[in-house]
Design a protein around this ligand. Structure first.
Ligand code: HEM
Length: 467
């Protein structure tokens, strides 16, 4: 090749990514509302790793799905890509306020520093017993209520289980009595917020038109969740007992300069954030894992062989995890295939350039773990479920930002180690006692809400090992 030929010449600074203009008035709104995940995939198939779409009128959004783009936005120049005032995070605020997930700037940093210690590996190791005991209790319940091959809804069961675990581990409270109410309210909120998220002016609707029926329904569901958070705080204040858990840490935290404690509102926001973020995504991961295993018997057999060799029928502990390598690879591959947080949104502070394309100040940028995890340049045959992709040598050969189920950079998920430990322990505990089989003919489709859930639930039959 001649030295004068430049491969991939850098585009001029004002070059925007390609993409659709959509309807002359309503842009692409309707396509997003029909099925946002499907549309995301279609856009990248048609236009590539960088897409600019017209949302409505003169509002443009940007989608980036190459690992280099992820690294630039989440890590290298993260200060220029903030959560606020992105409409998605503003929409989440009635639910989680200015908790860790939706906060920004100095206030976020001081809260993150405060909460981080509870997620240290040493602390998480102490939660291992809570995780396996709750799972075994669930299996015992299944043995009586789901006997004789009656199916259980795995999605519902995993949600209840992970909520019980997060309640006990972080707040030393038993939420089993609340699981159904919280599960139903949160499912409704998840759907309502996802619907609003693809609608123009939705932040205005929620903030300024509280009398609209849909806004009232949303607030009513949030009120159910608020009651549970209120109960968590009241119980601790009433007993005055120290439990050395996250709740104690939050309630005792003092500002270094003013010596002031966290206000009730901030306390509520942090508890709500950790209660919801701490169970929903892990439940989704487990549901998808069991579904994928049911479709890939060879992977399921390998998993069961590993569990038999390493555990030999006893309950798994955190100390077993380094030896349960295939179990870990199964969870990692499920997180690749169906990343529960399938979209990561940011607002651009000052005009910038991503992958050679111009992005103006104030625009909204979306990264998508789903798109990156199905990118054929980094994941050969991406629609094939294959835990072997997570062998150490394969991981080392891929760019770090080709796999972002927990995001990256300073805003990386605080609960990633908690979630992986929990998912592996739950999977090992269940899979060594039984195999789960999807009810034949049941439709399975990912529903792109705020998180990626199985749209029609996951009714599965429990087969004893060896059946
Ligand atoms: C498989 C399970 C999980 C997945 C896939 C997941 C995914 C994510 C992702 C992608 C982010 C970054 C969002 C962004 O950058 O906009 C995030 C942030 C966060 N996650 Fe998770 N998460 C999981 C489990 C958990 C658990 C168990 C907890 C708590 C117990 C938790 C609490 C949080 C919090 C508080 C943040 C905000 C962190 C910050 O901005 O400082 N997550 N999660």
């Amino acid at each position: 090749m001649s030295s004068l030929v430049v491969k991939n010449p850098a585009p001029a600074i004002q070059c925007y990514p390609p993409g659709p203009r959509g309807h002359w008035l309503t842009g692409t709104v309707q396509r997003w509302r029909e099925n946002s995940l499907k549309y995301l995939c279609e856009l990248t198939q048609e236009y590539g790793d960088a897409v600019r779409f017209r949302f409505l009128l003169h509002w443009y959004g940007y989608i980036f799905s190459h690992p280099d783009h992820n690294k630039y936005v989440l890590q290298d120049n993260n200060h220029n890509f903030t959560k606020l005032p992105h409409p998605t995070f503003l929409l989440l605020q009635p639910l989680v306020g200015r908790g860790l997930l939706t906060n920004d700037g100095d206030s976020w940093l001081s809260q993150r520093r405060l909460i981080q210690p509870i997620f240290h590996r040493r602390r998480i190791a102490q939660f291992g017993a809570i995780m396996t005991e709750a799972t075994e209790a669930m299996l015992d319940r299944w043995a009586t209520t789901a006997g004789a091959g009656r199916p259980v809804d795995i999605d519902h069961e995993m949600t209840a289980l992970t909520m019980e675990i997060v309640g006990k581990a972080l707040f030393s409270i038993d939420l089993t009595g609340e699981c159904d109410a919280v599960g139903q309210a949160f499912t409704a909120v998840n759907k309502q917020l996802a619907e609003l998220n693809t609608r123009p002016f939705s932040v205005f609707l929620v903030r300024c038109l509280p009398f609209l029926p849909e806004v009232r329904r949303l607030m009513a569901n949030i009120a159910v969740l608020d009651d549970v958070v209120g109960k968590i705080v009241q119980e601790r204040r009433a007993t005055g007992q120290k439990k050395d858990d996250l709740l104690d840490m939050l309630m005792e935290a003092r500002d270094e300069e003013t010596g002031q404690g966290m206000g009730d509102k901030q306390l509520r926001d942090e508890i709500m954030t950790l209660l919801l973020a701490g169970h929903e995504t892990t439940a989704n991961t487990l549901s998808w894992t069991f579904y994928l295993l049911s479709q890939h018997p060879e992977a399921n057999q390998k998993l069961q062989a590993e569990l038999a060799t390493v555990l030999g029928g006893r309950s798994p502990t955190v100390d077993d995890l380094p030896n349960l390598t295939y179990t870990q690879m199964v969870v990692e591959e499920a997180l690749r295939f169906y990343p529960p947080a399938y979209g990561i949104a940011r607002t651009v502070v000052a005009e910038d350039e991503i992958g050679g394309y111009h992005v103006p100040a104030g625009s909204v940028v979306m990264l998508s773990p789903y798109l990156t995890h199905h990118h054929p340049d980094f994941w050969p045959d991406p629609e094939r479920f294959d835990p072997e992709r997570f062998r150490p040598e394969a991981v080392a050969a891929r760019p770090r930002y080709a796999y972002i189920p927990f995001g990256g950079g300073p805003r990386q998920c605080i609960g990633s180690h908690f979630a992986l430990t929990e998912a592996q322990l739950i999977l090992a505990t269940i899979a060594q006692r039984c195999r789960l089989e999807l009810v034949p003919g049941h439709p399975v489709e990912p529903d792109p809400l705020i998180t990626l859930r199985p749209k029609y639930g996951l009714p599965m039959r429990r087969l004893e090992i060896g059946d």
